[in-house]
Design a protein around this ligand. Structure first.
Ligand code: SAM
Length: 267
């Protein structure tokens, strides 16, 4: 992708800048988000403001997190402090919980996410699930397919298990490259994530669950007997009724939780 000038701004590849320019797609995304006046919402990577303007119009006020100083300056020129609170910096390091401080209003998170950091940002945001009402993102279609993948499919992996453990997720619609300036090489999709109630999650030790899932998918071709040898012996698999000759991609989220809880209980 060449550097590309849009609206007087040179799109920066290193910040994953592909700006939405199709008004019909922008309207469709805003309708999917359904912003209501007074809601607490943060947009990650507002860029040139394709979604920012209609969001502010409906909400009254919006928080944004943006890393590019040139774009930050434009946001300050375009909007008043009552309309926008600009948080300058890296969304990967941003404390989204700070936006909820002192109140019990749940947070809504939206964004056309920079594709080069899509997986780490999803894991970072998952940390705030208990303070979030929902999240609606545009991502590479390939990443969204992995997020919503079912066991036994090629796309099913660590991202699917760890996100499906915490969120109900739905792929809403696809967005073609031509909706952006500059156009990315890949198809994009809109995904909505709504946190599951805490009492439905079930893992006694979520850190252990994460380690087990990482180990199970670390070497995709190997069986659970091999990949989980530090956690599970034959008797443990037998106790759970899980076949140790399977590969991680065959296990449901519930089975991963059962393995983690069995290991926690056994000590
Ligand atoms: N929302 C705009 C749109 O739809 O046209 C821009 C989307 S563009 C794909 C991604 C945006 O995220 C850019 O504005 C980019 O500068 C910003 N960005 C990239 N990396 C970031 C990071 N680590 N933290 C915060 N913003 C980031």
């Amino acid at each position: 992708m060449q550097d590309f000038e849009t609206d007087g701004h040179r799109a920066r590849k290193r910040f994953g800048q592909n700006f939405l320019s199709d008004p019909n797609i922008i309207r469709k995304i805003i309708d999917a988000i359904r912003p209501q006046p007074g809601e607490l919402m943060v947009e990650i990577g507002p860029g040139l403001g394709a979604m920012t303007a209609p969001l502010i119009e409906r909400l009254g006020h919006l928080h944004v997190v943006e890393i590019d100083r040139d774009l930050i300056a434009r946001l300050h020129e375009t909007y008043t402090p009552t309309q926008i609170t600009v948080h300058e910096g890296d969304a990967l390091k941003f404390d989204f919980g700070s936006l909820c401080a002192g109140g019990d209003q749940p947070l809504r998170i939206v964004g056309n996410l920079p594709y080069n950091i899509s997986t780490p940002i999803l894991f970072h945001l998952a940390e705030y699930a208990d303070r979030v009402k929902d999240m609606t993102f545009m991502l590479q279609k390939e990443v969204v397919m992995r997020m919503v993948a079912e066991p036994g499919t090629e796309e099913y992996g660590r991202l699917s298990v760890m996100l499906q453990y915490r969120f109900r997720m739905g792929r809403m619609f696809d967005v073609p490259p031509g909706a952006f300036r500059p156009a990315p090489k890949v198809m994009s999709s809109i995904v909505r994530m709504a946190p599951l109630p805490k009492d439905q999650l079930g893992a006694q030790d979520e850190t252990l669950l994460g380690k087990i899932v990482t180990a199970a998918f670390g070497q995709r071709r190997k069986t659970l007997k091999n990949t989980l040898r530090d956690y599970m012996g034959d008797a443990d698999f037998a106790a759970l009724g899980i076949d140790p000759s399977l590969r991680g991609e065959k296990l449901s989220v519930e089975q991963f939780v059962a393995i983690a809880n069995h290991c926690s209980a056994r000590g």
